[in-house]
Design a binder for this molecule. Structure first.
Ligand code: SIN
Length: 314
């Protein structure tokens, strides 16, 4: 019997990615060693930790906690600063695509970072993080301020000429999905990643009768398995409302190959792994690839295009 080759590669607006499964920004992608490990792994691309103009230590510890159903974090963007990541990209000796995640503390800081990135030669695309829920310096997540985002993107595309995608917070109302898609559809957006963690969750230790993380009186972003239904819904809504040439990268609660399959079925072109990558480390990518390929084999699908976006509804 001839075995059909199963192709799980994907294409993000011309960026060819050999496996549709990659790391989510924030997870083991901050230091040189972590980025090198990802570069050598079977992660389809490497997404860097969201960076600011200067290095940051982030919020006070404890700032991460996980349980069976998910995780809570309030890291506060610990990162080594844009110059470190641009330098790493200049030096790297690999054809694997790199998505440079940036998250300035203000719109002005984002412009500064983007101006630096605009002249870098060795970067495939920016993933502009509009959704960090953990900044003590900010009271609002940029992704929830539609008029600010609109002005920001208008100004940004006056000078920024390289590929740029955006990472969004979760939305819940149909009206908000439509509104954000309407804004993004006006610009040459390369991809949309959804979702970042669900903001303002709280977890409790009943022995200590206390919250489990220190910053922001215990409030933090929720990730992992418990957010998957919301993340899938965000992928599906944006798949419906975004221009068809804007690929979606799904993120949130992926633990198995079946989860990856569900995301692609909802319309994602690729997926990112956060909490589960932190739990399992680099071997997670091989396991998920294997599990996804087994599902495709059983269904007699030869590539993602056989089922991407083809979710049946009643
Ligand atoms: C953080 O560093 O606080 C997490 C980043 C994010 O969720 O965007």
């Amino acid at each position: 019997m001839i075995m059909k080759k199963i192709d799980i590669s994907t294409n993000i607006n011309g960026i060819k990615i050999s496996s549709c499964i990659m790391n989510a920004s924030g997870i083991l992608c901050c230091t040189e060693k972590e980025l090198y490990n990802l570069m050598m792994s079977s992660s389809g691309a490497v997404v860097t930790k969201s960076c600011t103009i200067k290095p940051r230590k982030g919020n006070l510890k404890p700032r991460y906690f996980e349980w069976k159903g998910g995780s809570i974090n309030s890291m506060g963007l610990p990162n080594l600063g844009i110059d470190f990541y641009l330098n790493f990209l200049e030096k790297k000796n690999s054809k694997k695509p790199f998505l440079l995640s940036i998250s300035g503390l203000s719109i002005e800081e984002n412009y500064l970072i983007l101006r630096k990135a605009n002249i870098s030669s060795n970067m495939n695309a920016i993933e502009l993080n509009l959704s960090c829920p953990n900044l003590l310096e900010k009271d609002k997540i940029l992704g929830y301020d539609f008029s600010k985002i609109s002005d920001f993107l208008e100004n940004l595309f006056q000078f920024y000429k390289k590929p740029l995608g955006v990472k969004l917070p979760p939305y819940f109302e149909d009206f908000h999905f439509r509104k954000m898609a309407f804004i993004l559809n006006k610009y040459p957006i390369y991809f949309v990643t959804c979702i970042n963690s669900l903001p303002n969750g709280i977890c409790i230790d009943i022995n200590k009768e206390s919250v489990v993380i220190h910053p922001k009186k215990g409030f933090g972003g929720i990730g992992g398995l418990s957010i998957k239904p919301f993340a899938l819904a965000n992928v599906r809504k944006f798949y419906t409302y975004l221009r068809k040439d804007i690929p979606i990268i799904g993120c949130g609660g992926i633990c198995t190959g079946k989860d990856v399959f569900e995301y692609i079925l909802c319309g994602a072109s690729a997926v990112q792994i956060g909490t589960q990558f932190l739990k399992e480390g680099i071997p997670v990518f091989d396991r998920l690839i294997k599990e996804l390929i087994t599902i495709l084999k059983n269904k007699n699908y030869s590539s993602l295009n056989s089922f991407k976006g083809k979710l049946n509804v009643f």
